[in-house]
Ligand binder design. Structure first.
Ligand code: ASP
Length: 426
């Protein structure tokens, strides 16, 4: 086993996990899987989540305080946010174009619609309540939520990542402008602590092949229902594929000289993990690790761009929102006007920014999109059955989008192979 690189082992774990998961029921192994295999997956995800907040704090503070001046930070910050916004808008637009051409809603028979609505009604009520909790805020609530009133409070909850990022940026900036001799010990503390955290990430990742196997082995995917919603699922998958195989390569080609194959190979461990955990937040430690070690992105860029992206940039989620909203409208026999489609575009962008980087977050935020155009949110029941596999795939796209933007920003800073002054790409 020594010669196989870690990502190879993770891929093997993933393949074996899928085979196990698909055959567990027919072999009567469901109980065994739940009792003896599933917990290893939970332990693995917990370990990743455990390290997410310390990683953001130490690597972001360390990264920002390494910047020579605040103007570099505002340049990187401005570009990052502009790119994140642009890719998200592009993603929803691609989703909307495809769903209008393919019209998957027309493939669902009236009986199937009724059957799905009945089967998922109670599950859906719960999600509608959570969406309303999200919605009852004023327009500036997004900004209010970013500024914590107690940083220790924010650090106790992995869904408060933006607040932690805000504090770390503030701390890092203060370190740049404070007196250098006074700050020196603080700087070496964060330098050292950051090294330690990265070592912990390495240690957790050694366990990844087993963790990924356990996660996929204990996943129940209903293939029967997947078939019923086949055209819709294919539509989402097609949108995601356009992002990964066309949009991102073009962005990299246009803005950098970094070879796309090298890029994909570099972030493959993070993609596999995103697929198995359905959580950009849980994947974050590995996304950062891959960006730095395999792509050669500096810590200053990766520690700022990637945590921010995991929280606000979800291209996969926004494609899914666009396709799903129109699919549900089609299934209900509603014709959406251009104005309504634009509202979907706008709300899908906002709700993907607001969606938490955890499994199933996108589908809760979808309720907000549906209500914005007056589609009955109970239509969600139609797609709940296939949400998990689509969530796995859109999470892969979410972290691929973040890594693409990180690569563009790093290249703009002249850090990568092929950039001016660096050796040319192989
Ligand atoms: N699971 C996704 C993520 O963590 C969010 C979503 O549900 O779309 O990136």
């Amino acid at each position: 086993m020594k010669k196989i690189p870690l990502y190879g082992k993770i891929l093997i774990g993933m393949a074996l996990g899928m085979i196990w998961g698909l055959s567990a029921e027919s072999l009567g192994l469901i109980e065994f899987t739940t009792a003896w295999i599933k917990p290893w997956g939970t332990i693995f995800i917990n370990a990743l989540k455990l390290i997410a907040i310390p990683l953001i704090i130490f690597s972001l503070i360390d990264g920002i305080s390494n910047l020579s001046d605040v103007s570099r930070l505002s340049r990187i910050g401005g570009r990052t946010i502009a790119l994140y916004l642009a890719t998200t808008v592009l993603a929803v637009t691609i989703g909307l174009l495809l769903v209008n051409v393919i019209e998957p809603g027309k493939f669902l028979s009236a009986e199937k619609r009724e059957e799905l609505s009945q089967a998922y009604a109670s599950d859906m009520d719960m999600r509608i309540t959570s969406a309303h909790d999200v919605k009852e805020d004023g327009p500036l609530q997004i900004l209010v939520d970013i500024v914590p009133d107690n940083i220790f409070g924010s650090m106790t909850n992995n869904t408060n990542m933006l607040q932690v990022i805000f504090f770390a940026i503030l701390f890092g900036i203060a370190m740049i402008i404070a007196k250098p001799d006074k700050v020196k010990p603080v700087k070496s503390f964060f330098d050292g602590a950051n090294e330690v955290i990265l070592k912990i990430v390495d240690m957790i990742m050694r366990f990844a092949p087993v963790g990924v196997f356990a996660l996929l082995a204990s996943l129940n995917i209903d293939l029967q229902l997947m078939k019923a919603l086949g055209v819709y699922s294919l539509n989402v998958v097609l949108g995601l594929a356009v992002m990964v195989f066309i949009t991102y390569p073009l962005i990299l080609k246009f803005f950098t000289r970094f070879p796309y194959l090298k890029f994909v190979k570099g972030i493959l461990p993070a993609q596999v993990l995103a697929f198995s955990t359905s959580s950009s937040a849980a994947t974050l430690p590995v996304t950062i690790d891959c960006a730095e070690k395999n792509l050669g992105i500096s810590e200053e860029v990766s520690s700022f761009v990637l945590p921010l992206g995991a929280t606000i940039n979800m291209d996969g989620t926004s494609i899914h929102q666009g396709v799903s909203a129109v699919f549900i409208a089609q299934a209900f026999g509603l014709d959406l006007s251009l104005g309504q489609q634009l509202t979907i575009l706008f709300t899908a962008v906002l709700s993907s920014i607001g969606a938490a980087a955890v499994p199933g977050a996108g589908i809760i935020m979808l309720i907000i999109v549906l209500e914005a155009v007056g589609i009955d949110p109970s239509g969600l029941a139609l797609i709940l059955a296939v949400d998990r596999p689509l969530d796995m795939l859109r999470t892969v796209v979410n972290i691929t989008g973040d890594s693409t933007v990180a690569t563009v920003i790093a290249s703009g800073e002249g850090e990568l192979v092929g950039d001016k002054g660096q050796k040319s790409p192989d």
